[in-house]
Design a protein. Structure first.
Length: 387
């Protein structure tokens, strides 16, 4: 088994912290994986602690102030870089074989492009890389095996498609829990609170993705991801409501066979697979008790999740539309969490902003970043009007 050398980007976020937990377990099991580089934004103390614990040779932080702060917390031979260019430097290091990109937001796109451009194996937890920059990623023409998705649904599809000829695929299905408000009547949504939205019925995740799971914006993003990851037609990718969140994805084959991937609600399982692929190692962090499970599947209701359809339309439109959708959603979700707009206003704001966007080709990173900035500004204007 060849040793791997890892750069973990986004080490102090939800996925990053769980990755650190997996790394400790793998180290205890003797798996030959070393940590070369770690990166985070502003949380310098936990980043420095992880770097000292794992023996990282380089760290990346958000800006020069954080770089000065972390410099005092690390041995003198540890390289310190900062900003977007710093992330790119870490991915290109000669002593890195595997990059796990768990950066939150569109800031992860440049690191994804740098890693793939440098021929690195990429564990991808930064969904925005494909949502806003999927056309740029596909233009690089990476080996299909060069990207190992970490999202539970895409990790499931990645595994289900191993050994399946693409001509045999009839349809890809990803599942959605329906979020915190799946059983509420639509008329009650105007009164829901941020605390209620954050009470996800099955998964423990960060605030934005939890709200996105209630609007199903996150599921629209996942369909966009699947389109770019697996190069299937839009018409062949669909969503099923599955309240138990045990079936993560299904692949329907042309002969009527349906393959499904099941697993517990634990992101450490797809993280571990991304770190050790193609090996499968024992002692998982959790096992799924199969006896007595109830598995319900239902089609997406046509009118319950308007934000899902708005964002998915942005994905099928392509160009800069997905970047605007992602940026506007981030601003709108933050405003909802701060109780400045209602829950239904998230969908209304997305429709408003995307309805006024003049789509441009997403053929350069700069075009994507400009669309991101425009989407944020327009969403802030919507929030001010809606208050």
């Amino acid at each position: 088994m060849n040793a791997r050398r890892l750069a973990l980007l986004g080490a102090t976020g939800s996925i990053g912290v769980q990755t650190l937990d997996v790394l400790r377990t793998l180290k205890a099991e003797g798996y030959p994986l070393s940590v070369t580089a770690l990166a985070a934004g502003t949380r310098v103390e936990p980043l420095a602690a992880a770097a000292r614990e794992l023996g990282a040779r380089a760290v990346g932080v958000g800006g020069p102030d954080e770089a000065r702060a972390i410099r005092t917390l690390l041995p003198g031979d540890v390289e310190v870089v900062h900003g977007p260019s710093g992330l790119e430097q870490l991915t290109r290091r000669d002593d890195v074989d595997l990059v796990l990109n768990a950066v939150v937001g569109a800031a992860g796109l440049r690191a994804t492009l740098a890693a793939l451009g440098a021929g690195k194996l990429l564990g991808l937890a930064n969904k925005e890389s494909l949502v806003v920059g999927g056309e740029l990623v596909r233009a690089l023409g990476p080996d299909p095996e060069a990207i190992i998705p970490v999202d539970s649904e895409h990790a499931a599809l990645f595994q289900l498609l191993q050994g399946v000829e693409r001509s045999e695929v009839e349809r890809l299905w990803i599942t959605a829990s329906g979020g915190a408000f799946r059983d509420l009547p639509p008329a009650a949504l105007a009164q829901v609170t941020a605390a209620q939205a954050l009470a996800h019925p099955t998964w423990q995740m960060g605030p934005r993705i939890t709200v996105d799971s209630a609007t199903l914006v996150n599921k629209a993003f996942e369909v966009i991801e699947a389109y770019h990851l697996f190069a299937e037609d839009w018409a062949k990718i669909d969503v099923l409501l599955h309240p138990q969140s045990i079936i993560h994805a299904l692949v329907e084959l042309v002969d009527g066979t349906v393959l499904a991937q099941l697993g517990p609600h634990d992101m450490r399982i797809p993280i571990r697979y991304a770190l050790t692929h193609p090996a499968r190692l024992g002692q998982p962090p959790a096992r799924l008790p199969l006896g007595g499970q109830s598995l319900d599947l239902a089609p997406m209701p046509p009118d319950r999740y308007p934000a899902f359809h708005t964002v998915l339309e942005a994905g099928t439109t392509g160009g800069t539309a997905p970047a605007v959708a992602n940026a506007a959603d981030e601003v709108l979700v933050a405003a909802f969490l701060e109780e400045r707009i209602s829950f239904p206003a998230i969908a209304e704001g997305l429709d408003d902003v995307l309805g006024r966007h003049r789509v441009q080709p997403a053929d350069r990173v700069e075009a994507v970043e400009a669309a991101d900035g425009w989407g944020r500004a327009e969403a802030r204007r919507f929030v001010e009007r809606a208050r």
